[in-house]
Design a protein around this ligand. Structure first.
Ligand SMILES: O=C[C@H](O)COP(=O)(O)O
Length: 258
């Protein structure tokens, strides 16, 4: 069984200095926590672009993977202001977030753009953390139908081009992002289990499913049987929360070996 994937996007919440402090603290946890040293979990962080080299320097030696929150659709050329997957990979990033709900809503990212960015990630050997989710609260079956459509659309060009590589599907119900609490455990488990059945067996683009949307300490034990990890936002701003989640990963593994 692959390790539980626990990661955080820092969005644009932190200064560069606070990012450094956070990464140092979480790297310290990564060096010593038995969930990490025992191979039960792996950690990643996605800081703002300018903080990526520092995060790599401070985090990578402790096994903390570093990714970006976005990438351009093209690898090189006259695309002023863009950040290419090629350069992210060159720096040492191994993952990149694609299609977050905030980018779709605030920066006009269409399904076509999300697909092109997913393709660019895979083309450069980066694992896309493909963010998908239903906009409105509803029944799990409706969410599954909507989200599977988003995943198929995002992966279609990569499939046509025969690209290979692991994919992380971040299931983030849009209505649960920035909320006081996550979606209900039953909802998460139903949707994530269905997504897993669909994406995990793909021979070229095998997918793991992580949950995001007001996730934090206390959630993992209630969803661990149906998801492969968690994508954290605000509730990981205190680095101690990451350690508490790893404690929970350890407790669940002791109780129910994966
Ligand atoms: O990238 C993380 C998700 O958007 C969740 O953020 P949040 O936990 O602050 O709602």
């Amino acid at each position: 069984m692959a390790p539980v994937l626990v990661g955080s996007s820092l969005k644009t919440y932190f200064s560069h200095a606070r990012t450094r402090t956070w990464v140092e603290a979480v790297a310290g946890t990564a060096r010593t926590h038995p969930a990490i040293t025992g191979g039960l979990a792996e950690l990643f962080v996605m800081p703002q672009f300018p903080s990526i080299p520092a995060a790599l320097e401070l985090g990578l030696p402790s096994g903390l993977r570093v990714g970006a929150q976005d990438l351009g659709t093209e690898d090189e050329g006259a695309f002023t202001g863009e950040v290419s997957g090629r350069v992210l990979a060159e720096l040492g990033c191994t993952l990149v977030e694609v299609g977050h709900a905030e980018r779709r809503a605030m920066f006009g990212e269409t399904e076509e753009v999300v697909a092109a960015k997913t393709t660019a990630a895979l083309r450069n050997g980066l694992t896309p953390v493909l963010c998908v989710g239903e906009p409105q609260r509803g029944r799990p079956a409706e969410a599954v139908a909507e989200v599977l459509g988003q995943i198929d659309s995002a992966l279609a060009p990569a499939r046509e081009q025969g690209l290979e590589g692991p994919v992380v599907v971040a299931y983030e119900p849009v209505w649960a992002i920035g909320a006081p609490e996550p979606a209900g455990a039953d909802h998460i488990r139903s949707v994530a289990a269905a997504l897993r059945r669909s994406v995990a067996p793909d021979p070229m683009l095998p997918g793991r499913v992580i949950y995001g949307g007001s996730a934090g300490p206390g959630l993992w034990p209630t969803i661990a049987d149906s998801v492969d990890g968690m994508f954290l936002g605000r509730f990981a701003h205190d680095p101690a929360a990451v350690a508490r989640i790893l404690d929970e990963v350890l407790d669940v593994a002791d109780r129910e070996p994966r």
